[in-house]
Design a protein around this ligand. Structure first.
Ligand code: PEP
Ligand code: MN
Length: 342
């Protein structure tokens, strides 16, 4: 529900609306606008509450109209938060003015492998280093990641290179330990609706990189973000990483690039594209990263590996050192055309 105040409504009138909302057990969200203030109730009201609230608010002085919001998510919605969000991680800004590349291997395999990847990522001009320590694998017999040892390697390499880091956390109980070692918590596609995990990541206060589930609708994706936001954590980065394909003969997933402008229309949160999992094929990563930039994304997550043929996971979609450098050069050349710094 949004209460739009009359032009020139006084602070006391705005406060009267806010107190009535509080009396009913909700937290008002005051949204200053150009000349006109709006007050949101970022919660789902049941029909009885809605009718009685509408009647009570409608009689207050200074109220112009009371409207129902259409989106099931409130805190993630542009209706409630008109300015686009920029998530800051140290000096790195993830938001509407930048195009941030999150580069690195699928998995952390050893100190040497990860340090070498980090050197390539840094030399090419990317600012965030990715690498999985806990790996969600379809088969329990596949490499599961170096786990705690992997986290320690990430932390060491971050200290040595100054790069910011992102790594996946797979369960709620592991949030504190992962949060201690990395700058950004990644919630993987398979975990998008692990609600206790979303809540715990929200409580950690760390930036959360939330991947879209392979069969999740846009509303489900934004409601997952809402779980994190509702814990008082505003630092959520959305990531489109491809949805279930109708044809796996050529690509691993179908990269839903249309989700970028759709999300931009409905949420203030930054949107990043992962063309690596989105296609599953290294040679398609370069064109799809540039397409993501053109579609209005705020960044790309790109897997690279010092030796893709011998990678312990996702080698077929990993860029080589040369390919990664060439992609970054192209991103830097084109970012300005789309009004972004890179
Ligand atoms: C990953 O980033 O390595 C990963 C497992 O991604 P997703 O959750 O999108 O499959
Ligand atoms: Mn991967």
């Amino acid at each position: 529900m949004i209460i739009v105040m009359q032009l020139g409504a006084t602070e006391a009138q705005v406060e009267a609306v806010s107190s009535l909302i509080r009396e009913r057990g909700f937290e008002p969200l005051v949204l200053p606008g150009e000349g006109r203030v709006a007050i949101g109730i970022p919660a789902a009201l049941d029909p009885d509450q809605r009718v009685s609230m509408e009647a009570a608010l409608g009689t207050l002085e200074g109220v112009s109209k009371v409207t129902q919001t259409t989106s099931p998510y409130k805190l993630a919605s542009l209706e409630f938060h008109r300015a686009k969000t920029t998530v800051s991680v140290g000096e790195v800004r993830i938001g509407p003015d930048h195009f941030v590349v999150f580069g690195g291997p699928c998995s952390v395999e050893s100190y040497e492998q990860f340090r070498s990847a980090a050197d390539t990522v840094k030399a090419a001009g990317a600012t965030v280093l990715r690498g999985g320590a806990f790996k969600p694998r379809t088969s329990p017999y596949s490499f599961q990641g170096l786990q705690l040892e992997g986290l320690k390697i990430i932390q060491t390499v971050a200290q040595e290179t100054g790069l910011k880091t992102v790594s996946e956390v797979m369960s709620a109980d592991m949030v504190p330990i992962v949060a201690e070692h990395v700058d950004i918590l990644q919630i993987g596609a398979r975990s998008m609706q692990n609600f206790p995990l979303l809540v715990e990541a929200g409580r950690s206060g760390k930036p959360v990189f939330l991947k879209r589930g392979p069969s999740a609708t846009i509303d489900e994706f934004l409601l997952a973000a809402e779980y994190v936001l509702s814990q008082g954590n505003p630092n959520v980065i959305l990531c489109e990483r491809g949805v279930l394909p109708i044809d796996r003969s050529y690509t691993r997933n179908t990269l839903d690039l249309a989700a970028v402008p759709v999300l931009k229309e409905h949420t203030h949160l930054p949107v990043v594209v992962d063309p690596s999992h989105g296609t599953g094929v290294a040679k398609y990563v370069h064109p799809m990263t540039l397409a993501a930039l053109a579609a209005g994304a705020d960044g790309a997550m790109v897997e690279m590996h010092p030796d893709p043929k011998n990678a312990m996971s996702d080698g077929s979609q990993a860029l080589t050192v040369e390919q990664f450098a060439a992609l970054m050069a192209e991103v830097k050349r084109l970012a300005g055309v789309f009004g972004r710094e890179s």
